[in-house]
Structure formats: structure tokens, C-alpha cells
Design a protein. Structure first.
Length: 65
């Protein structure tokens, strides 16, 4: 999370600098959001896969007695 937050801060500063120029463009913002969307979908897929594998794994039931 620290790495993602650091990248977001750097990207935000870059957007501010780019928008203050004579010819502001939105393409860096579009690329950043598209990359974030792909990362989100990938993380959701990996989490669902992990939960499914844990739910279907045969774990022995341990008794407290």
C-alpha cells in the first residue's frame, strides 16, 4: 500500500506540473486510471481464486477436546 500511495503522489504531482504547462494533456491521466483499473481487476481475480481454493481445500476438523 505504501508503494501504491507513493506512486499516486508522484503521479498527482506530475499531473499538476503537466496541467500548468502551455499545452495540458489528459493522456497521462487516462493511462494511469486504465492501469489502476487493470490492477484492480487482477487483484480481485487473485483474491477470488485464493478464497475459492481455501474454501474447497479439505482441512481436517480439529477437536478442542
Amino acid at each position: 500500500m505504501l508503494l501504491a500511495g507513493s506512486v499516486s503522489i508522484i503521479a498527482g504531482l506530475a499531473y499538476i506540473i503537466l496541467s500548468a504547462g502551455a499545452d495540458p494533456r489528459l493522456m497521462p491521466l487516462v493511462l494511469y486510471t486504465a492501469t489502476g483499473g487493470v490492477e484492480f481487476v487482477l487483484q480481485a481475480w487473485l483474491l477470488a481464486r485464493r478464497r475459492h481454493s481455501l474454501a474447497t481445500a479439505s482441512h481436517p476438523v480439529l477437536s478442542a477436546s
